[in-house]
Design a protein around this ligand. Structure first.
Ligand SMILES: Cc1cc2nc3c(=O)[nH]c(=O)nc-3n(C[C@H](O)[C@H](O)[C@H](O)COP(=O)(O)OP(=O)(O)OC[C@H]3O[C@@H](n4cnc5c(N)ncnc54)[C@H](O)[C@@H]3O)c2cc1C
Length: 246
């Protein structure tokens, strides 16, 4: 039987906007434990009448930062928990969390294979923890991120990704914008497909490890296309952020 992870009361230390619909929250944790990049926390809200709502949020920060974690939350219209976090929560608020949780969708720099990270929208969050961790420990394994967003303004962590890419430590970043593109856009401008995956994955070689995170449809179509271009299913790990999480 898995050990139960206790709930604890985190404090919101900082809230900052990432895009028009996405904010990051720094949570200070009294019982902080080192996470593995890719893991998440469960967050629980309790109303005065006792009604509770619980959702999972991936850890965005690197495990090298002690005592606190960042989460990054997209505001879902009509959503219970994401709208509370966006519209009501303020720094200093206390919030119930438990974690870190998850043992399958994780990557650590000791796993030294070439890495292909594929994200759609807020699916970038657990992959960002991996990228930040790799940078914090001076990882040099060839790593490519293929990140699908609707429009340029929707790209989360754009500036930080540019900085990390320009450090020339083997990280490549490919963006695709599916709905609209700036006039001088040089990246991809369509949904992730087989040809795009060939271009991005092939230079990483046969021993590549793949992590895909995002809406269910993106995750499934990317995983299927990867298998068609010769990547084995056991090299692919996927996490779906959907209404059910399943
Ligand atoms: C392991 C895991 C990690 C996650 N990590 C993150 C993260 O890092 N950042 C993040 O923003 N979210 C993340 N999610 C999604 C998150 O748990 C919630 O599902 C999301 O915030 C919506 O919750 P809500 O209470 O606001 O909406 P709800 O009240 O649950 O739903 C409101 C309406 O929106 C629809 N809906 C719910 N979720 C989504 C969605 N993701 N996209 C589109 N429509 C939706 C529902 O079907 C419903 O109609 C993660 C999910 C899982 C399973």
């Amino acid at each position: 039987m898995k050990p139960t992870i206790d709930w604890q009361i985190a404090s919101i230390r900082d809230i900052r906007p990432e895009t028009a619909t996405v904010k990051s929250f720094t949570l200070t944790l009294p019982a902080w434990t080192r996470h593995r990049p890719g893991q998440h926390y469960d967050l629980r809200l309790t109303a005065e009448d006792g009604y509770q709502a619980q959702r999972s949020y991936s850890i965005a920060s690197e495990p090298e930062r002690q005592g606190e974690v960042d989460i990054t939350v997209e505001r879902i219209n009509d959503g219970e928990v994401s709208t509370y976090l966006h519209d009501v929560a303020v720094p200093g608020d206390r919030i119930e969390v438990r974690g870190p949780i998850g043992g399958y969708f994780v990557w650590e720099a000791t796993m030294n294979n070439p890495l292909l990270l594929i994200a759609g929208g807020s699916g970038i969050v657990p992959l960002m923890s991996m990228i930040r961790h790799r940078s914090a420990v001076g990882g040099k394994n060839p790593t490519s991120l293929l990140y699908s967003s609707r429009a340029f303004e929707d790209i989360i962590y754009y500036k930080e990704l540019e900085l990390l890419r320009s450090a020339n430590n083997g990280l490549q970043v490919f963006h695709t914008l599916t709905r609209s593109q700036p006039a001088d856009w040089k990246g991809y401008a369509r949904r992730i497909d087989e040809d795009m995956l060939k271009e991005v994955a092939r230079p990483l070689g046969k021993s590549v490890e793949v992590y895909i995170c995002g809406p269910t449809l993106l995750v499934e179509s990317a995983a299927n296309a990867l298998v068609k271009i010769g990547i084995k299913p056991d090299q692919i790990r996927a996490e779906r952020f959907g209404p059910t999480g399943g």
